[in-house]
Design a protein around this ligand. Sequence first.
Ligand SMILES: NC(=O)C1=CN([C@@H]2O[C@H](COP(=O)(O)OP(=O)(O)OC[C@H]3O[C@@H](n4cnc5c(N)ncnc54)[C@H](O)[C@@H]3O)[C@@H](O)[C@H]2O)C=CC1
Ligand SMILES: O=C(O)[C@H]1O[C@H](OP(=O)(O)OP(=O)(O)OC[C@H]2O[C@@H](n3ccc(=O)[nH]c3=O)[C@H](O)[C@@H]2O)[C@H](O)[C@@H](O)[C@@H]1O
Length: 480
Amino acid sequence: MVKICCIGAGYVGGPTMAVIALKCPSIEVAVVDISITRINAWNSDQLPIYEPGLEDVVKQCRGKNLFFSTDVEKHVSEADIIFVSVNTPTKTRGLGAGKAADLTYWESAARMIADVSKSNKIVVEKSTVPVKTAEAIEKILTHNSKGINFQILSNPEFLAEGTAIQDLLKPDRVLIGGRETPDGQKAIQALKDVYAHWVPEDRILATNLWSAELSKLAANAFLAQRISSVNAMSALCEATGADVTQVSHAVGKDSRIGPKFLNASVGFGGSCFQKDILNLVYICECNGLPEVANYWKQVIKVNDYQKNRFVNRVVSSMFNTVSGKKIAVLGFAFKKDTGDTRETPAIDVCKGLLGDKARLSIYDPQVSEEQIQRDLSMNKFDWDHPLHLQPLSPTAVKQVSVVWDAYEATKDAHGVCILTEWNEFKTLDYQRIYDNMRKPAFVFDGRNIVNAEKLREIGFIVYSIGKPLDPWLEDMPAVA
Ligand SMILES: NC(=O)C1=CN([C@@H]2O[C@H](COP(=O)(O)OP(=O)(O)OC[C@H]3O[C@@H](n4cnc5c(N)ncnc54)[C@H](O)[C@@H]3O)[C@@H](O)[C@H]2O)C=CC1
Ligand SMILES: O=C(O)[C@H]1O[C@H](OP(=O)(O)OP(=O)(O)OC[C@H]2O[C@@H](n3ccc(=O)[nH]c3=O)[C@H](O)[C@@H]2O)[C@H](O)[C@@H](O)[C@@H]1O
């Protein structure tokens, strides 16, 4: 029986290995992590991450050919194929701080693999890493190899949170990079054989190591760039009376452009887009390509601009001050169908509103109060001005309450900000919400999910990203 071990039981390691176990009953899969809490949760009825369909897959395989364990060394030493799916966040101090990927966790995993291995292994980079990481890993492993043969493969993951199971079951492609030596090609084939259990052969792409590593960063940069492009257009739409939904639709009908990923929003979030673009920027700078670095940096700058623009719009619409006013925030996760708040635009928007002394009442169906308070009290690393941003003052944090119902959040509020596109926000009883709010009652739709015309008929003043302005807002000062 082939044995797989995955180091890192997070958003990628957990779902990816659960699907491998489901589709490959002949393979034993162990997912290991240093976090006891995470592993306990994976072994319980309350999984550590919320992901539609995940619970069902885990329940089918757990205890049969899928195991979650903190005994990292045992499972690593027994495995034939080791996936490394540890976190690779942006460095916050030292060389490359604010841009480069922090490979501390990766390096410590690699050293541990070298220490405990007694047989030949295929080591698979699942984490997103800078180009040429495989070379560094190879050096760590071979310098400590005691005669063991290690083959390094790059097999980046393209799943998106909220649709992870579907993405894993029907991937657009599986990418495997490896050495162009006979041993490297054999390793690629061994990993291909795993995916071939359910992925059509023409969707499994084999490349060299560096192409696979760079393709992952490139894919995220291209995706984020589409959102910044459409968000930049949304500002122009508001200034000209065009409607960004119509523009996206018309542009996306061109088969060379395509319709997906063109939804204007309050800004993209999530643990990877910003981190991976910063990483790309750093690699470009290190390779003497400042023009290329600046090109990609702009994608993040437009995203920051979009979040600021939203906050400015809220404040300027409400007579240029939100001081002491209650603002309901609907949605805190970085997108719907996940409880993940990493780099969510809600953090920046809430901090902006708190900076103007608003009182916030936040509701998200999947994010706990503890998580929201933690996110809002954390200091954000500003990659342009590392020393400029201070953590929120304790008084500002006290201006935040977290509630478990959209009606409770909006009661007596002066305004509502929709920051995550949860389906339930589309079908709320907005008449009831309006009746219980202060007047004039504002809705700022950061996801374009409500029917603005219907809400206006109720009496709301509605701002939708990139849409012709509410006549009421046209008279308000312009937003930079
Ligand atoms: N979250 C996502 O949707 C996607 C993430 N990625 C990439 O996958 C990688 C992992 O991301 P996530 O799963 O979101 O991270 P995560 O933070 O949810 O999970 C990483 C896990 O690794 C564990 N870990 C760290 N060092 C360890 C060690 N030495 N031994 C054992 N366990 C260790 C941590 O305790 C943690 O549970 C990152 O490189 C990320 O860029 C790629 C595609 C999608
Ligand atoms: O490397 C990663 O971590 C992953 O990053 C993204 O996945 P994810 O961040 O989970 O979610 P997305 O659906 O890409 O959404 C990212 C952000 O963009 C926003 N978005 C997305 C699409 C859109 O049209 N408009 C828009 O504002 C979302 O609301 C969200 O805040 C990529 O889609 C995955 O392919 C990749 O594997």
